[in-house]
Ligand binder design. Structure first.
Ligand code: SF4
Ligand code: SF4
Length: 372
């Protein structure tokens, strides 16, 4: 921690070690002077755009930590300059007349900020292209969200796609009619994401989850602002949070290994037979937990639905159906399938093979756009 208190001398290794040990809000709160000093020269503004989603990502950020996101952002001197649900400027009209200044008119405020450039851009929600390429399935005022995103993206020093909708298309993408994608991916395809589709070229970090844990955003923001290169996996997710499967550290893992699998809810053992997809989901939920470290899905009795994965929700539905019941393990029967998964998860690297087998990633594209 001494490293952190020195502010600008903070090393990334020290930052990650300390940040991993506690919740993000608590970390940022107790180390605010050091983190703020480290990023002071950046003078960053945060633009938070919301496209096709449910608003749950914002709700998670506001209610999932202590202190909540606005206080935490304040502590690290990051100005939330635009968020259509939280900012003071709410409309184009005031008392029936068009408001002509950025103090009242959110559209003018956004235009000014985009002209200035140099901001961190958080995108929540997917980016619909339909109908017929117009993007009009998601409008903000009179402007398609697709256009708002295309205007804002080039001026961003970094883009964070927040939530599975913005990262990979998520639930919006699964409604095929909207022709919606994530910022840099559409499902597992980087070539079909909005960045490639609209010829944009910024650095994008994905912070998926439906919704995401507030820690994941706050720590990623602090890491970005400290000037570090955030290490990401093949799907653009920070490895620090999305590097291991939920199953590896699940509180019910002991029951799984002893083949104690529940066939009804609230029985207290492993939820595999109830459709748990924790073997296929890569996130640190079991160690970080939610609501200020209180609990997480499998701990509270709910099967993991793999909401952080690029193919969510389509590849994991029905949520309460066993992996084998859906036939995605091919001809492997239930017991053999369970043995494969037990064996593979004991050997850390094996879980990736199981994941590929289970969700059929044979069509996955590599960084250069080629098929693997
Ligand atoms: S990722 Fe989930 S919580 Fe966030 S906007 Fe999409 S549907 Fe809502
Ligand atoms: S199958 Fe699900 S409930 Fe069972 S140990 Fe794995 S993650 Fe936990």
């Amino acid at each position: 921690m001494d490293d952190l208190k020195n502010g600008p001398n903070m090393t990334r290794r020290a930052f990650l070690a300390a940040a991993a040990a506690v919740g993000a809000a608590a970390f940022l709160y107790s180390n605010a002077p050091g983190v703020a000093a480290a990023i002071e020269k950046s003078g960053k503004r945060l633009l938070w755009l919301r496209g096709s989603g449910c608003g749950g990502c914002t709700a998670s950020m506001l209610s999932g930590g202590n202190p909540e996101v606005l206080t935490a952002l304040n502590k690290i001197k990051l100005e939330l300059a635009y968020h259509d649900g939280l900012m003071g400027q709410q409309g184009v009209f005031v008392d029936g007349s068009p408001a002509g200044d950025s103090g009242h008119n959110s559209n003018i405020r956004l235009d000014e900020l985009v002209d200035e450039g140099g901001y961190v851009l958080v995108v929540e929600g997917a980016i619909p292209n339909g109908p017929e390429g117009s993007g009009r399935y998601c409008m903000s005022g009179a402007t398609p969200f697709k256009q708002i995103f295309m205007n804002a993206a080039p001026g961003a020093s970094c883009i964070i796609a927040l939530g599975t909708c913005a990262s990979y298309g998520g639930i919006s993408r699964s409604l095929k009619v909207a022709d919606a994608t994530g910022v840099s991916f559409s499902g597992t395809s980087r070539m079909e994401g909005a960045m490639a589709r609209y010829g944009l070229n910024n650095n994008v970090i994905n912070v998926p989850g439906c919704p995401p844990n507030p820690d994941w955003l706050l720590l990623t923001l602090a890491d970005v602002l400290s000037g570090a290169d955030v290490e990401v996996d093949a799907y653009g997710r920070p490895k620090a949070f999305f590097g291991s499967a939920v199953h590896e550290s699940c509180p019910r893992r002991g029951a799984f290994d002893r083949a104690l699998r529940d066939d009804g809810f609230s029985e207290g053992n492993c939820l595999y037979n109830l459709g748990c997809k924790g073997t296929l989901a890569f996130a640190d939920c079991p160690t970080r937990r939610w609501n200020d470290g209180g609990s997480m899905c499998t701990q509270s009795g709910g099967p993991c639905v793999a909401c952080v994965e690029p193919s969510f929700p389509d590849a994991f539905m029905p949520f309460f159906s066993k992996v084998e019941s859906r036939g995605i393990l091919g001809d492997v029967d239930v017991d053999t399938g369970a043995k494969i998964i037990i064996g593979a998860t004991v050997i850390g690297a094996g879980i990736h093979a199981v994941k590929r087998l289970a969700i059929g990633e044979s069509g996955r594209e590599d960084e250069k756009g080629g098929k693997r």
